[in-house]
Design a binder for this molecule. Sequence first.
Ligand code: 8YV
Length: 328
Amino acid sequence: MSKPKVLVARRVFDSVLQRLAAHFEVEGNDEDRVWPKAELVARLQDKDGAFITGSERIDAEVLEACPRLKAVCNMAVGYNNIDLPACTARGVMASNTPDVLTETTADFGFALMMATARRMAESEHFLRRGEWKQWSYDMFTGSDVHGATLGILGMGRIGRAIARRGHLGFGMPVIYHNRSRLPAEQEAEVGARYVSKEQLLREADHLVLVLPYSAESHHAIGAVELAQMKPESTLTNVARGGIVDDAALAQALRERRIAAAGLDVFEGEPRVNPDLLTLPNVVLTPHIASASVKTRLAMADLAADNLIAALTGGTPPTPLNPEVLAGR
Ligand code: 8YV
C-alpha cells in the first residue's frame, strides 16, 4: 500500500522530517519560502495531511480546493490561521501545540516587559551609536518592575505563567481580566485578582497581552483603551498582531500617553507599522517569544505526533476538533 502524502509547509528540523518520512511521502519546503495561497493550494491538492505554521492560512477556500486533506497540524498554539469550523464541517482534524511552549513564551513575555520598563533597547542603541560620554542621574531612568502592578489581559496557560513569575519572583500585585474568571485556587496560586477590563487598564503599571486573536479581540487595545492607561505605564504584546491597533499605539507612544511598549507581534507582520520603527520608546522583536531551540523542537515534534496519529489511526495528542476523529 502506498504511503499517505503530506506537505510540510516550512523548513523544519531534519529529525522531524525523518520521523514524518517513516510514515509518509513527504513534500518539504527546503528553501523556506512562504508560499502564496495559490501555490499552497496547488501543493496541497494531492496531500492527505499538512504540517503548517502560523504563516499558512487554511480557510474554507483552501479546504474546498483540497478534498483529500484529512489533517492540518499547526506548529503553534495560536490557531487563528485555521478556520476551525470549516475544518470540522469537512471532517478535517486540526491540531495545535499547547503546553510545550508555555514557560518559554512566559520567559520572553516577562523579559520583554522588563526590557520595555527599563529601556534596554533604547539605551543599547544609544551606546552602540557612540553617544555615551558620561554618567548622569537621569540617564535612561525607567520604571521599576518589582513591586509594580502587573496587569494581564487573557489569563490562559501563558498568562498564568507570567503572573506566577511576577507574583513569586518580583513581589508584584497581579490583576487580570479574561473572558472567564479563574477558579479561586488558580487565582491564589499565581496571586492574581480578577478585575474589569477598565480597571485593568486604569491600574496596571505593566500591562501584558496574552489573549488569543479573534474577531472579538481585534483591536482590544486601541485609542480608547490606551487613553485609560497611566501615562507612566507600559504595554507588552506577545499574543498576536491585530489585538493592538498599531497606528493608535504609535500615536500614544509618540505623545507619551503611555511610557513605552514591547511588541513581539504586529498587525500584518512581518511588515511593521513604519511609525513604530521611528519611536525610541518601543522594543520590537520579530515574533520570537517561543523561540528557544528546545521549545521549537518540542513544538515541531508535537505537530508531527498529531499528523502521524491522525493519518495512521492513532490518537492525536492535541486535536482542536476531536469530534472529527470519532467519525472516522
Ligand atoms: C510561533 C506562536 O512561533 O505558538 C504560537 O501561537 O505565535 C509562535 O509560538 C508561530 O506562530 C509560528 O508558528
